[in-house]
Write a protein that binds this ligand. Structure first.
Ligand code: CP3
Length: 347
């Protein structure tokens, strides 16, 4: 029964028996089980083989007492499905070989039907749900148009986003056309995942914080808003916004129809929540690098965040960004146990 899971209850700011916890990038290289599969398959093989994607999705649930699963996929398979060839290069990260640099490149993008273009993720969602058999809710996700635009214009990871921002400032009409195309695809993809069985949807705008609030408002916000408004009209599943370095963007994000706002560790949780407003739930806040300290430090940091949440309904424990590849497994166990031990019953 999805409706009674503490993660989904917390998304809806309903009282829970204890604070739910899941971890961004909870399936991945810090787990020996994952590394063993990666020795035999590329990352894209894992994602595009539904049985393997389902197996990887389940790995962290077998190792830790978590409150939600997140489907094993990547934000970059969406632009790939739109026609941009993608490669993960060892030691370098993701690469789009023909990045978007001109208006003509936007025309090359294809509209997608997620059931055919991203059938592997839709099938993986159905497989995981069959295996979970209602025990835990499954989160579906997509990259946000801004973060996807950054990758597709840069052609890969970047530090200063000079190509992407220059495109934004100098070819503003084309920028908005690109954002429109990505927004349409993101909405179709997320709704496809909800139809396939995702019980909540998270939008990853990982690089939102590289923009000033004024630039986010001008170049990105209309598209972010459209995503949440259209999703909220079309589906009942909880909607989560995630970004990093967003402390100064929170007043804008509070205006979207997202149910939950993710925050990183650069702002105290209670301060962030007072900006977001108590009509939204909050997720995140733990610095992923704390997991490299000691179990005692991890417990203390968890306690601090739980104290800042103060037992108010609508807190989902998570990291402020994805778990890092070298994270010690025992410290993840310590974190989950600490959240279980110290989380107050919300009233
Ligand atoms: O949370 C989960 O467990 C679901 C899986 C997930 C992956 N990527 C799998 C993955 C999720 C939610 C993502 C999202 C994602 N992908 C984001 C947004 C989240 C964030 O952390 O900000 C971004 C920016 C990407 C793009 C991407 N994919 C990068 C930069 C990399 C790292 C490349 C490298 O070589 O380090 C990836 C690859 C990737 N996606 C890995 C995983 C587990 C590691 C690849 C490996 O196994 O070699």
């Amino acid at each position: 029964m999805n409706g009674t899971h503490r993660f989904l209850s917390a998304c809806r700011r309903e009282p829970v028996d204890r604070t739910p916890i899941w971890l961004m990038r909870q399936a991945g290289r810090y787990m020996p089980e994952y590394r063993a599969l990666r020795e035999k398959h590329t990352i894209l093989e894992l994602i595009k083989t539904p049985e393997l994607a389902a197996e990887v999705t389940m790995q962290p649930l077998q190792a830790f007492d978590l409150d939600a699963a997140i489907i094993f996929a990547d934000i970059l398979t969406l632009p790939e499905a739109m026609g941009l060839s993608l490669e993960f290069v060892r030691g370098e990260g993701p690469v789009f070989h023909q990045p978007i640099r001109h208006a003509d490149d936007i025309q090359r993008l294809q509209d997608i039907d997620p059931e055919s273009a991203l059938s592997f993720t839709m099938d993986a969602i159905r497989l995981v749900n069959r295996e979970l058999d209602g025990r835990l809710p499954l989160i579906g996700f997509s990259g946000a148009p801004f973060t996807l635009a950054c990758y597709t214009i840069e052609g890969g990871s970047s530090r200063h986003f000079i190509h992407a921002k220059t495109f934004m400032y100098r070819a503003t009409a084309d920028w908005h056309r690109l954002m429109e195309r990505l927004t349409d695809a993101v909405i179709a993809y997320l709704l496809g995942q909800a139809r396939a069985g995702a019980a909540a949807l998270q939008l990853f705008d990982s690089w939102a914080g590289v923009l000033s609030p004024a630039d986010y408002a001008t170049y990105v916000m209309p598209h972010t808003q459209r995503i949440f408004t259209e999703l909220a009209e079309a589906t009942d599943v909880p909607l989560i916004f995630f970004g990093t370095e967003t402390a100064t963007l929170l007043p804008l994000l509070a205006k979207t129809a997202a149910d939950v706002i993710g925050v990183d560790w650069r702002i105290p949780l209670d301060e962030a929540w007072s900006i977001i407003g108590e009509d939204k739930a909050i997720q995140g806040n733990l610095d992923p690098v704390i997991l490299f300290s000691t179990p005692d430090q991890v417990a203390l940091a968890a306690q601090r965040i739980l104290a800042a949440a103060g037992g108010r309904p609508g807190h989902i424990f998570n990291l402020g960004h994805g778990i890092l590849p070298q994270t010690p497994m025992e410290h993840v166990t310590a974190l989950v146990e600490s959240v279980h031990a110290y989380s107050p019953m919300s009233t």
